[in-house]
Design a protein around this ligand. Structure first.
Ligand code: ATP
Ligand code: MG
Length: 365
């Protein structure tokens, strides 16, 4: 029943906070663009609350209050519920059941090699007390992806090891159970290098809700101003006349990710393009404040309409709730179908399988 010609998108975000500009350039912007190509048969986007609980199990309130926040961010950036199915993970229990069977197809040693999980364990300071649920979240993520037979997963670069793990599980499942039920997903990364893993405003780690180094899609113009002005630049660029470094300079990284050719005539007509601005900074004679003011305008151009749409949807939050509920019901059907096919391949669908009893009876004779 698997239809290899279908093109299907699945991605998810953890409701551990509102979404930020790292999500936007790393994944959301691509999702909206792919959605609007009209080339995909199905598009699923999920609020991964169960995954968020793997490292927030003692704080379900935080997860609960961010479910609708993330849904608002989705709608604000232009995900359209008439084209994209928006769902809540924990309300699709079929995913949990699939995870249970996938657990058998991975080894602890293999899970230990996942560099993203390794880094997160360090960052969260779990020490020797790593929750098994957190450690195995790439397996549950495989269920999220395969339940919808996703072919295309638009995510940031940090998700590369997860996709590799998913592909391995799919191959193992199909081989062991002699089936082609599951589909190997492909990662879809941003073409723009700065967008693959946008750093935080502190310039240190990846922008991440858990670290708190974020510019949020919902931030007010005042907050954006304040965050941009206090951003990390080149620590050796002390005087305006000093030559400056562009590489590793977060302000320029954000310009790489956000600025467009047309921003120059509009906001900074002395320069023809980003390369000219960078060259001047490298030579010396260009102050951080000027670059930051430009960045602020560039960011506002993208973020202002998003924030306005978000406010509009907030005024109709009941509709957002209904969108989530309807999307989840639809997603549950698709996941149920895949689970049925999986159990059929595993020959454990005893009560839907007439030969189960017949074979046993034949053996009794
Ligand atoms: P948490 O700290 O709770 O893990 P997060 O900020 O890392 O949150 P996730 O919900 O884990 O966000 O990630 C959702 C999606 O956004 C994934 O596809 C991830 O690759 C992408 N993403 C997250 N942060 C960035 C970033 N800084 N740059 C590019 N993509 C990102
Ligand atoms: Mg993350």
């Amino acid at each position: 029943m698997s239809n290899e010609k279908e093109k299907i998108i699945l991605t998810a975000d953890r409701p551990t906070g509102r979404l930020h500009i790292g999500h936007y350039v790393g994944s959301l912007r691509n999702r909206v663009a792919l959605q609007n190509t009209g080339e995909f048969d199905k598009i699923y986007v999920m609020v991964a609350d169960a995954q968020a609980l793997t490292d927030n199990f003692d704080n379900p309130e935080k997860v609960r209050k961010n479910v609708l926040e993330v849904a608002l961010d989705y709608l604000a950036v232009g995900l359209d519920p008439s084209k994209t199915t928006i769902m809540v993970q924990s309300e699709i229990p079929e995913l949990t059941e699939m995870t249970f069977y996938f657990m058998n197809l991975v080894t602890v040693a293999r899970l230990e090699r996942n560099p993203t999980v390794k880094a997160e364990i360090q960052q969260k300071g779990f020490g020797a007390s790593i929750p098994a649920g957190f450690f195995t979240y790439p397996v549950s993520q495989t269920a999220d992806i395969t339940a919808f037979k996703a072919t295309t997963v638009p995510v940031g670069e940090d998700q590369e090891p997860m996709l590799e793990q998913s592909r391995e599980i799919v191959r193992s499942f199909n081989r062991i159970y002699h089936t082609d039920v599951l589909v190997e997903p492909e990662i879809y990364l941003s073409k723009n290098k700065a967008s693959l893993r946008l750093p935080g405003t502190d310039g240190k780690a990846k922008m991440s809700k858990s670290i708190g180094n974020c510019i949020y899609l919902a931030d007010t113009p005042e907050t954006i101003h304040q965050k941009v002005m206090s951003m990390y630049t080149d620590p050796d660029h002390l005087k305006v006349s000093d030559p400056g470094k562009v590489e590793g300079n977060t302000v320029f990284t954000y310009l790489d990710a956000f600025s467009r050719e047309e921003d120059f005539p509009e906001f900074l007509p002395e320069y023809g393009n980003l390369e000219e601005l960078k060259d001047h900074y490298r030579r010396g004679g260009l102050g951080d404040v000027k670059v930051k003011k430009f960045l602020e305008k560039v960011l506002r151009k993208t973020l202002d309409p998003i924030r306005e749409r978000r406010e509009e949807y907030s005024r109709h939050i009941e509709d957002v709730y209904e969108i989530l509920k309807a999307g989840t019901a639809e997603g549950r059907k698709a996941a149920g179908q895949t689970l049925f096919e999986m159990k059929d391949a595993m020959k454990i669908n005893y009560f839907d399988d007439a030969s189960f009893l017949e074979e046993f009876k034949a053996g009794l004779k």
